[in-house]
Design a binder for this molecule. Structure first.
Ligand code: GLC
Length: 676
């Protein structure tokens, strides 16, 4: 039987509403009129229990009580009683702000950080995440024509060729074109197998695809949370589907995760801050209370409160923003990013990231394990991966945010942060032969604003391996920077995203690929690509990881090889005009992945063994491979997923610091870096 498609927003204080939704294009007006009839939503729900349910009170041992039975707003009041039965295709649960949202609004400034860039207005004076349900037409083609006619994008790919993407022609961004081109090359058996497995990993919610589980290992008796949809893991799946012309699943994913987003800032222990996106969610099919033999689907997010180590997923919101943009770019359907609820979700994430703390740097200060490396690996502070994703998400937001009076301060803050962040990373994270030699000769304990050794790095910190390893040409961005601490390990994801987003200068970006090419036997070896290099060993492993038996040297996060990284490598190579490097890596992986049953990661110095505890049939391994293949087939589509240097960001200093200022204005310095 089809699961029931009701939705409840659960809450601590027994207030929630359920929503079997009329299938109507005019739902938002239906919603508004129903709402005004109800005299506004007199309910408060706390975001950290944003489990979306299809039913009544559910008690979860890890979370608070989720409710639904004691509604003021009952099904019969809110929606036609037999709606669910009549409409077995539920097509989207979308947090939205109804058209008259602002006119009913009350500022919740007190609940939003004082220095937030805007007020977020919430209907009825309560911090209720407004909900509007949208239905989609049967057989709707999500690869709609872009209605911004006449817009032409000219993308320069660094191999000298220019790709003109004329969106109005509806050629490149249309599904038919994508499918046609894919058929030009014969799809290999390995690809066919990968597609089959990827489709098997798809998770449905109320009959519709909303994501892919992390792994379906046939031999796994203890899936832990690998049976969940991880936000970061879904990105390569999403791109594979988008590039194949299948946008529904991605749209559903984006809107459902938006619904799960932490909405209200609470002071409870272990509750996420406003705007946080979950690390993952699970779709549970549960018996419907009081309805024998009937089941309902429940969306159950994890913000880290169940995760091993209780790590907060800082990267989730950043990936979400990146994916919203990618969806628009590839499908041409910009209406998604223009939706009020999507705009609001984006602003919440940005507010969370851009709020002031005690930190002096433009980089984001995070705890250990807040990204792909989600356990203790000594990356707390300002890890490169988060900074590169942060920069990318800011660039996405800058393109997507609708500018009006309520967002202009936020947009200004984004612009400032972008230039400060790129200056900081380009200047202080970059190492090459010359820079390491400088550090080697650093004087320490300098007390002055114009100190050379600003972070008081002791030359002794230069690790022995690096002295011989750093090539004559090329370089990379270090993993982390803190007072008296440079983490010299090479972290692949962060370096690839500095290329993709142009966080690095063009010269630096080229330098990274030169280094990967030069150090192929270390960073790619038998299986692309090392998550970081080198591994922590001996006492250092014991101290930094806490003696983690999963992260032993050259295993898992500690120098293991992760095939999912190939798609990002491919994107970076295409951007820099070196697709042959990506082809080499893909060919290497392709030979083994299918035979080895698509492992999550590989172990040993040269990536020769399947990882000790690696899941098989790991979805982002499969999807990463497929995405790489398709990106290589369609460099013109790949070009919509990366950014070139934005010269506008280097113009017009707004910080009030002239050349003669106490400090040097970052924009001026950034500009001089480009000129150099
Ligand atoms: C591991 C990885 C994490 C990934 C998750 C699901 O915890 O470290 O990055 O999201 O597995 O695949």
């Amino acid at each position: 039987m089809k699961p029931c498609c009701r939705i409840l927003i659960n809450c601590k204080n027994s207030s929630s509403f359920r929503c079997p939704f009329p299938k109507s294009r005019h739902l938002s007006s239906y919603y508004s009129s129903k709402r005004s009839k109800l005299g506004g939503l007199k309910r408060v729900h706390t975001s950290h229990s944003n489990k979306i349910l299809g039913s009544k009170s559910i008690i979860n041992s890890n979370r608070s009580i989720f409710c639904g039975s004691d509604l003021n707003w009952t099904q019969s009041e809110a929606f036609p009683t037999n709606w669910v039965e009549k409409n077995n295709r539920f097509l989207g649960i979308i947090a939205n702000v109804a058209s008259n949202f602002r006119s009913h609004s009350t500022s919740v400034e007190s609940q939003v950080k004082e220095n937030s860039f805007e007020n977020i207005f919430i209907q009825g004076g309560f911090n209720v995440k407004p909900l509007v349900i949208e239905t989609t037409e049967e057989n709707q083609d999500l690869l709609r024509t872009d209605d911004r006619k006449g817009k032409e994008y000219k993308v320069e790919i660094k191999d000298g060729s220019n790709v003109n993407i004329d969106e109005s022609s509806n050629e490149i961004l249309s599904g038919s074109r994508i499918l046609k081109s894919t058929h030009e090359r014969e799809v290999s058996e390995v690809e066919k197998e990968a597609w089959k497995l990827l489709r098997e990993a798809v998770v449905n919610y109320c009959g519709n695809p909303v994501g892919t589980v992390a792994a379906i290992d046939p031999a796994d008796k203890q899936p832990l949370n690998y049976d969940q949809v991880f936000i970061r893991d879904f990105v390569p799946s999403a791109l594979a589907f988008l590039l194949k012309g299948e946008g529904d699943i991605v749209k559903n994913f984006l809107l459902h995760t938006l619904q799960l987003q932490s909405w209200e800032k609470t002071v409870d222990c272990y509750s996420p801050g406003q705007g946080l996106m979950p690390a993952s969610f699970k779709v549970r099919n549960m018996p419907l209370n009081g309805r024998d033999g009937e089941f309902e689907d429940v969306l159950d997010p994890d913000f880290g409160e169940s995760a091993i180590g209780r790590v907060a997923p800082v990267d989730s919101g950043l990936w979400w923003i990146i994916l919203v943009r990618a969806y628009g770019k590839i499908t041409g359907d910009y209406s998604l990013q223009e939706r009020v609820d999507v705009q609001t979700g984006m602003r919440l994430i940005l507010n969370l990231c851009l709020s002031d703390g005690f930190d002096m740097f433009p980089t984001l200060l995070v705890t250990d394990g807040s990204c792909m490396i989600d356990r203790r690996m000594g990356i707390h502070g300002h890890p490169l991966e988060i900074q590169a994703l942060f920069y990318s998400a800011l660039r996405c937001s800058r393109e997507m945010l609708i500018v009006d009076d309520s967002t202009k301060n936020l947009v200004a803050a984004i612009n400032n942060r972008l230039s400060a962040l790129s200056f900081h990373i380009r200047e202080y994270y970059w190492v090459d032969m010359k820079k390491i030699n400088e550090i080697y000769r650093y004087k320490t304990e300098e007390y002055a604003t114009d100190a050379i050794n600003k972070f008081n790095i002791y030359p002794d910190q230069i690790p022995h391996w690096l002295v011989d390893w750093i090539p004559e040409t090329g370089g990379y961005f270090i993993g982390n920077l803190q007072p008296a601490h440079m983490d010299f390990r090479f972290f692949t994801l962060g370096n690839l995203w500095t290329i993709i987003s142009s966080l690095g200068t063009n010269k630096q970006n080229e330098g990274i690929l030169n280094l990967i090419d030069d150090k192929w036997s270390d960073l790619v070896a038998q299986m692309p690509l090392k998550i970081c290099f080198p591994a922590l060993e001996h006492e250092e492993w014991r101290i930094v990881t806490g003696g983690d038996p999963k992260n032993t040297p050259w295993s898992y996060h500690n120098g293991g090889s992760w095939p999912t990284l190939i798609w990002q490598f491919t994107l970076a190579c295409i951007k820099m005009g070196r697709p042959e490097l990506a082809r080499k890596a893909v060919a290497l992986a392709e030979n083994k992945l299918s035979v080895d049953q698509w492992p999550e990661y590989y172990d040993t110095r040269y990536g020769r063994f399947i990882g000790k505890q690696a899941r098989l049939h790991q979805t982002w391994t499969i999807a990463g491979y497929l995405t790489s293949k398709m990106l290589l087939d369609h460099p013109e589509l790949a070009s919509t997923l990366f950014w070139n240097e934005d010269y506008e960001l280097l113009e017009n200093c707004v910080c009030g610091l002239g050349k003669s200022g106490r400090r040097k204005c970052s924009r001026l310095v950034a500009r001089s870096q480009i000129a150099a």
